[in-house]
Design a protein around this ligand. Sequence first.
Ligand code: PHE
Length: 447
Amino acid sequence: MANSRGGFSNRLGFILAAAGSAVGLGNIWKFPFEVRDGGGAAFVVMYLGFCFILCTPVMATEIAIGRHTSKDPVGAFRKLGHKKWSFIGIMGVIAGMLILSFYNVVAGWTLGFAIEMFQGNFEVGSNFGSFVADWKTTGAYATAFMLATAFIVSNGVSAGIEKASKILMPTLLVMVLGLMLYALSLPGSAEGLYYYLVPNFSAITMETVYGALGQAFFSLSLGMGTLLTYGSYISKKENIITSSAFITIADVGIAFIGGLMMFSFLGFVAHEQNSSIMDFKGGAGMIFMLLPGSFSSLGPVLGSIIGGVFFVLLSFAALTSTVSLLEVPVAFVVDEMKVERKKAVWGVAAIIFAIGMPSLMSAGGVEFFTEIHFMDWVENIASNTMLPLGGFLISIYGAYVWKKKNLYAEIAEGNPNFKYTLLAKYMEFALKYLCPVILGSITIVTI
Ligand code: PHE
């Protein structure tokens, strides 16, 4: 696409970039502790159900709105003549900035841990508290991560985002498969997998249901205009439906494989410590605290290689996601404020970095709100409330404001027979009734 906004050079580039956005810390860092606390396979099944039943139709709608308008998430609704609805885009830009502000901090930790592992410092896990408390050092890692993200985005869509995804995503796949096979061979892996693959229905509460839904949206980068923005860079020839299916399958596929890897590793940790996975303290620090110590028992050389590669894997997964998170506000500033891309990138990145300071410092023990941990608070509002709310509004918008006729006409550009398929009937039902009812009621409850 040779207009001034730039665009993906082909279908593979788009799918890899979108899958790169989806596959991230959400899959490998967040998924395991949510699964552990949410009833193992019971949570996994709910998550998969939400992804395919609710999220894929919303995803296709987001992509279609983006492609139809070739605009950022705010400009898109304006261009469609529904200026009032552009608040969906504004909310998305804000959600993206909030998510990136804390995500970048965690991404910085993964970078720091990779460096520590390669140096054979296995103590870093048991010293996690002092690692994050040293917020000047973690701040330096976070800075490095934001610089890398901004550098990629500043190079534009095809020479920056697409090119980085084409390198990072295949490497990531090789690393996650390799580590999974290795982890499966460790003692204790079978016990670990028990907590992943056997459902514990008694752990299901309303809270775990919201958790699974929030996780589905977060993991698919849905509800804040990421896919709308990426969709604005694709050609009319693309088949939006198969692309959405590919992106969803890539995301849940890596989450699933990542789960096999993580639960095998966690089982190994439990085996080493003579404890159970259920005894581990959950939350953001779980994998950082637990894994490094156990890597050491693989021997100094193998341990630092496996440990190092593991955290590089996390960094790579994070990087294609931070890139997409930055692209949303950047596209907004470029399209709506007519700022040149490079300037927009560095300005927006600096603002987001500043917003992330409280997360960085509160993780380091500098509490801002006495009772609440700032990072958890931002994470919870942005991913568990704003994303499903965004999904709710996008489904309403697609079904009742833009309307099926226009939405399906856009999809038909690259998929002429879509409207005659069963899938089209399902998508209509999902957007008109299923998504509004389920997402709406869940948003009301979480607020
Ligand atoms: N999907 C990413 C992950 O799983 C996070 C993300 C959320 C990225 C929203 C972009 C938008 O880690």
